[in-house]
Design a protein around this ligand. Structure first.
Ligand SMILES: [Ca+2]
Ligand SMILES: [Ca+2]
Length: 125
């Protein structure tokens, strides 16, 4: 398996990830089902992580004018306060701290284009 990025360390907030079994398969994040779409929402300067999550869910694609909200069963990467995060949305579009996964990802070595990404480049089932 080719490896263009690595997850060296993954921090999971147990308050935000209880429904998920998270593991790494090779260089992919393994989930129960593949997100239908994955985006890189870019960098947010909100004062809190929850604010940055809200911004990411509001507009996942900085390349397109206006807001493109994160849909159900989609995932979004973003940067906040010098760290990279990924959130995987469950079957309900709004963000819910109890049911939507949020991971602080460190050690991703590749540069990531903003906007739409290829789900299978980052996730596996
Ligand atoms: Ca946009
Ligand atoms: Ca949700």
């Amino acid at each position: 398996m080719t490896c263009d990025w690595q997850v060296v360390e993954v921090w999971i907030d147990p308050m935000q990830s209880t429904p998920y079994l998270l593991m790494l398969m090779g260089d992919r994040i393994a989930l129960k089902s593949l997100p239908s779409s994955v985006f890189n929402a870019g960098v947010f300067s909100n004062s809190t992580l929850s604010g940055a999550i809200s911004s990411a869910y509001t507009d996942v694609n900085p390349n397109l004018a206006g807001n493109q909200a994160l849909g159900a069963n989609q995932a979004v990467f973003f940067r906040w306060n010098g760290s990279k995060y990924v959130s995987v949305n469950d079957g309900l579009a709004p963000f819910n701290t109890n049911t939507d996964l949020v991971i602080n990802v460190t050690g991703m070595t590749s540069t990531m284009a903003t906007g739409a990404l290829t789900p299978t480049n980052y996730f596996a089932v």
